[in-house]
Design a protein around this ligand. Structure first.
Ligand SMILES: CC(=O)N[C@H]1[C@@H](OP(=O)(O)OP(=O)(O)OC[C@H]2O[C@@H](n3ccc(=O)[nH]c3=O)[C@H](O)[C@@H]2O)O[C@H](CO)[C@@H](O)[C@@H]1O
Ligand SMILES: C=C(OP(=O)(O)O)C(=O)O
Length: 418
């Protein structure tokens, strides 16, 4: 298992490119099984989750190739050998549940391992299953697998009790090939849902209301192939913005991310971090951090996937900040590790109270999930001395060569293979 050794204290300086969004690329790869024509996806990040998606496609018998140098993912599905996403693959990546909707839509049957609980919460998929049932799918849970089949997939009116990102994506994909109209109410509006919807429209899907909380999908008989470029990763962008701020550095990001990170920019500006946006760049100047409260919420609110990184910033801010995590019930795994670095954080249920400290100090810490790991990297970049972060395979799930990008900005970060 690889680890990072980070020597803190160097202000990050320079320009960082932002990779394609993990959470858009994953559903778009799943959508490629909705057609028997070739799908070419550009700007796909080099992440462990993307390789896992490829392994599942391979297991099913789909032709695919990831041209890493050009970040291009090709899928060509001429029939499947196995309509199944097995536990061994699903357990490493929850997004594999995204094969369920497309598989049922195209083949009227599917067998997908239940993703199970994970570090940040229970993360049930009841809303995905309830919606499919409304569309005429019979679903049984057998030996930890979701077994789904139907004679005909029918459009339906569906109201999601909770805003669910992959739930919206799964059902939107299924609905593209259903008979008749599907209306999804209280649908997720995340930019990654919009990106998937746009890709589906390129493939010939009829979707109205894209970007709103009501999606109307008119089913078609078949979808065509497409060539589509994935949106930039707003969470990767936010992570680098936080790293620039905490190290009192000066970092630019491409302006393509600006509309995607509005809530992050506004919150960081609220914390007195200087951020300027023009036609070419987002410029972040780290010149001190004022602690401010923050609440996570579905888009366009502050993303839960940036909560841990924001907390790392607050640990070095002036004053006291209260963070409230409203999306996942167990997303404070980074707290204990940040405390090892000298952070003053008290968790009270879904709230965390952070008293900013004049400095953090390097320590041996453990990455526990993807964004928790990112928060440790951010804290380590600003800490006095050296921090050793174990289990960085979590980071490899969601950040495309993060150490190369940080090194190019002047950070002292080394990957050690053990
Ligand atoms: C691959 C991907 O895109 N992952 C993102 C997606 O995860 P994911 O789609 O799994 O998260 P959801 O939006 O579904 O979860 C939101 C909340 O709804 C609950 N829920 C969800 C589905 C369900 O059937 N029943 C239910 O109760 C969840 O437990 C959670 O409390 O959105 C999350 C919230 O923005 C992000 O943190 C993840 O990075
Ligand atoms: C929680 C995340 O991802 P996933 O849903 O793939 O676990 C994330 O990207 O922060």
């Amino acid at each position: 298992m690889d680890k990072f050794i980070i020597r803190g204290g160097t202000p990050l300086r320079g320009h960082v490119s932002i990779s394609g969004a993990k959470n858009a690329a994953l559903p778009i790869i799943a959508a490629s099984i909705l057609t028997d024509q070739p799908v070419l996806i550009h700007n796909v990040p080099r992440l462990r989750d993307i390789y896992t998606m490829g392994h599942i496609l391979q297991y099913m018998g789909a032709n695919h190739h990831f041209d890493e140098d050009n970040r291009a993912f090709h899928v060509h599905l001429n029939g499947m050998n196995r309509l199944e996403a097995p536990y061994e693959m699903v357990k490493t990546m929850r997004a594999s549940i995204l094969f369920l909707g497309p598989m049922v839509a195209r083949y009227r049957q599917a067998r997908v391992s239940l993703p199970g609980g994970c570090a940040i919460g229970a993360r049930p998929v009841n809303l995905h299953l309830d919606a499919l049932r409304k569309m005429g799918v019979e679903i049984n849970i057998v030996d930890g697998y979701i077994e789904a089949h139907c004679q005909e997939l029918r459009g339906a009116d569906i109201y999601f009790d909770t805003v669910t990102v992959t739930g919206t994506e799964n059902i939107m994909m299924a609905a593209t090939l259903a008979k008749g109209r599907t209306v999804l109410k209280n649908a997720a509006r995340e930019p990654e849902v919009v990106d998937l919807a746009r890709c589906l429209v390129h493939m010939g899907a009829h979707i109205e209301g894209i970007g709103s909380d009501t999606l109307t999908i008119e089913g078609v008989d078949e979808l065509a192939g497409a060539c589509y470029s994935v949106m930039p990763d707003r969470i990767e962008a936010g992570t680098f913005m936080a790293a620039a701020a905490i190290t009192a550095g000066e970092v630019t990001l491409p302006a393509t991310v600006t509309p995607l990170v509005e809530s992050i920019i506004m919150k960081l500006q609220d914390c007195d971090i200087r951020i300027q946006c023009d036609d070419e760049y987002v410029r972040v100047y780290g010149n001190g951090i004022t602690c401010r409260d923050m609440v996570t919420s579905p888009y366009p609110g502050f993303p839960t996937d940036m909560q841990a990184q924001y907390m790392a910033l607050m640990c070095r801010g002036q004053g006291v900040s209260i963070i409230e995590e409203t999306i996942f019930e167990n997303r404070y795994m980074h707290v204990a590790e940040l405390q090892r670095m000298g952070a003053d954080i008290e968790v009270q249920g879904s709230r965390a109270v952070i008293k900013g400290q004049p400095f953090l100090k390097g320590a041996p810490v453990m990455a526990t999930d993807l964004r928790a790991s990112a928060s440790l990297v951010i804290a380590a970049l600003a800490a006095r001395g050296s921090t050793e972060i174990q289990r960085i395979y979590h980071l490899d799930r969601g950040y495309d060569h993060i150490e190369d990008k940080l090194t190019a900005l002047g950070a002292s970060i080394e990957r050690v293979q053990q």
